[in-house]
Design a binder for this molecule. Sequence first.
Ligand SMILES: C[S@@+](CC[C@H](N)C(=O)[O-])C[C@H]1O[C@@H](n2cnc3c(N)ncnc32)[C@H](O)[C@@H]1O
Length: 213
Amino acid sequence: MSDEKISSNEAIDAALHLDGDPERVKEFYEDWARNYNIDTSGSDYTGPAIAAKLLHQHLAVKDSELLDAGCGTGLVGVELQSLGYINVDGFDLSDSMVELAAATGAYRQVLGSIDMMRASESYPAASYDAILSVGVFTLGHVPPEALHVLLELTRAGGLLVISTRTHYYDQTNFQQVVDELTTSQQAELIQLIKDAPYNNDGDGHYWVFRKSG
Ligand SMILES: C[S@@+](CC[C@H](N)C(=O)[O-])C[C@H]1O[C@@H](n2cnc3c(N)ncnc32)[C@H](O)[C@@H]1O
């Protein structure tokens, strides 16, 4: 990972220079939790609202069972709640982030200390109608292969809504993993919005997949 500055916000920049080691990422977010909402709102972070609306366009069944993977302080849950969704679960590596998510009242259940790459040890296969992951497929956090884990937890015919920071997409094998999922017909890419607003450091891409079956 280069030392090149990615964000003008010190904490966001430090997050983007993590190395994907779950212990280190967890430690970082335990410290950042209390200032996370202030820092991200100061950066015009629109990812949670855009992803929730995108899901709503394709789903609109308010009692669907949803999982917010890497829920952080609960910004996505709050957006889903305002759209009327009542069965939203969440998990995150960081217990301090999850405590704040629980305090929003937007979630049915939230679990801390869950590493996305090992989430199938904590959730049964095919247990959610839709899974969202916003701000997690980003540099220094999870590898593109985490898509396989999230797809395993999604019901047949269910949806996966993912945001990718533009520089994450450009610097990882995300497209290759997407191509493998779609050519093997494990999932269909039903919508892709490229170069959409994400935060004031740059744009992001928003992906909607439907699990086959
Ligand atoms: C930038 S925050 C995004 C949080 C929230 N989704 C949002 O949009 O505000 C990234 C979150 O991903 C979590 N995270 C990073 N790596 C993870 C992993 N391997 N498993 C689970 N959560 C992870 C962090 O703890 C942090 O809460």
